[in-house]
Design a protein around this ligand. Structure first.
Ligand code: APR
Length: 307
């Protein structure tokens, strides 16, 4: 197994480190446009391998020759959000970057599956899919796993229970219009509306929606990367190990949930073949309307693109 991570910034380098530490591949290739950065970070991670007891090899490079025949390509390249900047502000710059990285990577690894992490997530996943020429099942966006992880950590802290017993579902676009579903968010199988009052549920839902910006406001010079990289690696593991996990991911919809022609976050079965199934759960009319609104926002942004 060979995994390429494009972008050796905070998210990309942390993703590469987690892949190596978990031995999810024989080889990890870290690519960045800045000379020296992927080489230096790659070597640093390699030198940690004896301590971490991992035999996964890692190299850093500015080119794509070394990425040839990757099974999985994770795209984190782009510029990160700064305070006061919405994910949509990033759209035009990052779409050019994501298009270029996708084309270069797929030219060397035509059979790869792509996980997209660059923001604005749903639009960048669409850009990568369009520029890759791959089947829609092979291009998947990382957002819902991160949003659900944030929701889970807030629920666990609020109820003082283990994060392991908390499950959460978040649908929709990765942004202000995301749709956390408290009814399907549980502690050991018990829906959270039975464990906390509505005001508390609403507060945690809002904190989940604002999860990205809360970190940006703290960091001031960059955006989150520990939870995003952990979430991308969870998806990589589901694909590499063919785990058939049911995870909220950005998938291209053609009629599912009454939505067509866009990527948006829905529950999918993730395995060796990428998105092996889109799981259609029953939504209330309010939830369905919120998902549709979120999808329409992504579609509106896609319509402004020139890819
Ligand atoms: N090819 C390869 N790498 C590139 C390219 C390119 N064309 N353009 C930019 N990069 C690299 C930058 O050199 C930088 O090292 O992408 C990296 C981005 O790293 P950071 O600025 O640290 O940003 P990071 O926090 O990692 O976020 C990356 O993930 O979560 C999203 O919103 C976030 O879109 C952003 C992306």
């Amino acid at each position: 197994m060979k995994i390429t991570v494009i972008g050796a910034g905070n998210v990309g380098a942390t993703t590469a480190q987690r892949l190596v530490d978990k031995q999810l591949a024989n080889e990890v290739v870290l690519v960045d446009i800045v000379e020296g950065v992927p080489q230096g970070k790659g070597l640093d991670i390699l030198e940690a391998a004896p301590v971490e007891k991992t035999d996964t090899r890692i190299i850093g490079t500015n080119g794509y020759d070394e990425t040839a025949d990757s099974d999985l390509v994770i795209i984190t390249a782009g510029i990160a959000r700064k305070p006061g900047m919405s994910r949509d502000d990033l759209m035009n710059t990052n779409s050019k970057i994501v298009r270029g990285c996708t084309e270069a990577a797929i030219a060397k690894s035509p059979n790869a599956t792509l996980i997209i992490v660059s923001n604005p997530l749903d639009v960048m996943t669409y850009v990568a899919w369009k520029s890759s020429g791959l089947k829609k099942q092979r291009v998947v966006g990382m957002a819902g796993v991160l949003d659900a992880a944030r929701f889970r950590s807030f629920i666990a802290a609020e109820l003082n229970v283990s994060v392991e017993d908390v499950h959460a579902f978040v649908l929709g676009g990765h942004g202000d219009s995301m749709v956390p579903l408290p009814r399907y968010s549980t502690v050991a199988g018990i829906p959270i509306p039975e464990l906390m009052d509505k005001a508390t549920v609403d507060r945690l839902v809002q904190r989940t929606r604002d999860g990205g910006i809360e970190i940006v406001n703290h960091l001031k010079t960059g955006s989150a990367y520990y939870a995003p990289s952990a979430s991308a690696v969870l998806m990589a593991e589901a694909i590499i190990r063919d785990k058939k996990r049911i995870l909220p991911c950005a998938a291209y919809l053609e009629g599912e949930y009454g939505i067509s022609g866009t990527y948006v976050g829905v529950p999918v079965k993730l395995g060796r073949n990428g998105i092996e199934e889109i799981v259609e759960i029953k939504l209330s009319s309010e939830e369905a309307a919120a998902l549709k609104k979120s999808a329409d926002e992504v579609k509106g942004a896609i319509a402004k693109l020139s890819v």
